[in-house]
Design a protein around this ligand. Structure first.
Ligand code: FAD
Length: 458
């Protein structure tokens, strides 16, 4: 194991980027994660400027027996983008995005954030389907799966991955695609950061520039009725209409009317990404019940995908749990209504994201994402800016999860998990776990990449 001074002296000259160790002025800034509940102190952070830096950092860590964490956007809820006492291979300086409008593809470096991709693709009227907050990293989101507003029409992010460039556990750079290292390519599409460090992704883009979208919010007393209606209505709609159900508190600022600020509500955030100006499905969706607020209107997709950024800046306390859901029986609705009403702080929320439509028309073994028959990915999110509320948001989240988990399919989206143990990881990959373990033993037999939702070598 290298000493801190030795690493600074030996690794820095090998990098075009910078090496940050605990003596550096910007160490605290460089080690901070999006989730402030997690406070890790790495031995050093290699801020990689290019693929050569990534190779050098991997080789250095191997030679000196250092534990390694890979950091893209630093958004991982469980803090898997950092490691106590080890080396963080930080890809955040690598943010390049090149769009080819002729082939409708985008080559994205692994340190890019979702907002970087939206910015680059939107200029061409194109989009890569990904997540709903622009500061999330493309790296972690993609290797876990990737779901968001346009999933029903365009599929998961992994369904749009065409190829990747990867640095393996021994420092070798390789390509992964249906033609080159196809096993590795299969595993990267949902198997997390277990198989190597992706340095760039090639995505298929879709012609989605503007959407008609926004929240329709209701009184909490309407939650049971709304959820019972939405569970039938949503899956019956054309793929162009997505809408996730949420419990939330109305944010205390514009554009929300003052009389609703901080009121606990339920609602659906609708997003229509088709070509009609006034689609019947969205008209029908908005006609349901007696909304407190209807904020649906035309918007550029990047505006929608950054609409929550101000509410959820980096540095809040986060604790979340997820599940895949195929049906929401009335008994589950009762549990949702009870726990949704008990959100302990105003940033707490619960979302049920639709993952049917295009995402469900992929076979369960085409990628590691085993739950193609799930209709929704549920996430219960305890959030607050005050560390004094950390225990309360965590407990609320766990209580809510324990009450609704029995109605779930057993596994969860890996990117909506905390550190919940091997059983949960195995449940998440279901019938695909064994193949993942075999590919792991081929590409990373010593489990060098283990700061992740870990798949142990077979
Ligand atoms: C506010 C917020 C909103 C979110 N919204 C969505 C959403 O809408 N849709 C969705 O699908 N998910 C969403 N997520 C979950 C998100 O996908 C995960 O948190 C994901 O891990 C974030 O990726 P990152 O690169 O920012 O993470 P990091 O913390 O940087 O990395 C996490 C882990 O990902 C792996 N990893 C990262 N980059 C690479 C790489 N280049 N090669 C190999 N492995 C890598 C590593 O194992 C690493 O430990 C959201 C998360 C937050 C906090």
């Amino acid at each position: 194991m290298a000493t801190v001074d030795q690493a600074a002296a030996e690794l820095q000259p090998l990098l075009r980027g910078t090496y940050v160790d605990p003596s550096a002025r910007d160490y605290d800034e460089a080690r901070a994660l999006y989730n402030a509940m997690i406070d890790k102190r790495p031995a050093g952070i290699a801020r990689c400027a290019d693929v050569a830096d990534v190779i050098a950092a991997v080789r250095y860590a191997r030679e000196h027996d250092m534990r390694v964490a890979v950091r893209g956007g630093g958004h991982n809820g469980a803090g898997l983008g950092s490691v106590d006492g080890g080396l963080v291979i930080d890809l955040s300086p690598m943010k390049g995005v090149i769009v080819d409008p002729h082939t409708k593809t985008a080559r994205v470096q692994a340190g890019a954030l979702l907002g970087d991709v939206d910015h680059a693709t939107h200029a061409f009227g194109l989009a890569v389907p990904a997540g709903i907050i622009s500061t999330t990293g493309v790296g972690g989101l993609t290797v876990g799966g990737g779901l968001g507003h346009i999933t029903r029409r365009c599929g998961l992010t992994i369904d749009n991955l065409l190829s990747a460039e990867v640095v393996l556990a021994d420092g070798t750079p390789v390509a992964a695609s249906p033609d080159e290292n196809p096993d590795l390519f299969w595993a990267l599409r949902g198997g997390g950061g277990n198989f190597g460090i992706v340095t760039s992704f090639e995505f298929r883009c879709h012609e989605v520039a503007n959407v008609i979208a926004g929240p329709v919010l209701y009184d909490l007393d309407d939650a049971a009725e709304l959820l019972a209606w939405w569970r039938e209505f949503g899956p019956a709609q054309p793929d162009e209409l997505g809408g996730f159900f949420a419990f939330l508190s109305v944010p205390p600022g514009p554009p929300f009317p003052e009389e609703l600020h901080l009121r606990k509500v339920c609602g659906v955030l609708w997003c229509y990404c088709g070509s009609e100006d006034d689609p019947a499905c969205l008209r029908e969706a908005r006609a349901f019940g007696r909304p407190l607020l209807d904020g649906v209107g035309p918007a550029p997709l990047p505006a929608l995908q950054s609409a929550f950024d101000a509410v959820y800046p980096p540095g809040d306390q986060w604790y979340w749990r997820g599940d895949f859901v195929q049906a929401i029986p009335d008994a589950a609705i009762e549990r949702h209504v009870e726990h949704g009403a008990a959100m302990p702080t105003w940033k707490c929320t619960m979302h049920l994201y639709p993952i049917d439509g295009a995402a469900s028309r992929v076979a369960a073994d085409t990628t590691p994402w085993a739950y193609r028959d799930a209709k929704w990915a549920q996430v219960i999110v305890g959030v607050d800016s005050d560390p004094a509320n950390a225990a309360a948001i965590r407990q609320w989240c766990i209580d809510y999860w324990e009450a609704t988990h029995p109605y779930s399919m057993g596994g969860a989206y890996v990117n909506f998990m905390m550190d919940e143990g091997q059983e949960r990881v195995q449940a998440t990959y279901g019938g695909n776990y064994q193949r993942l373990a075999e590919i792991k033993s081929e590409y990373d037999p010593e489990n060098f990449f283990r700061i992740n939702q870990n798949i142990r070598p077979a």
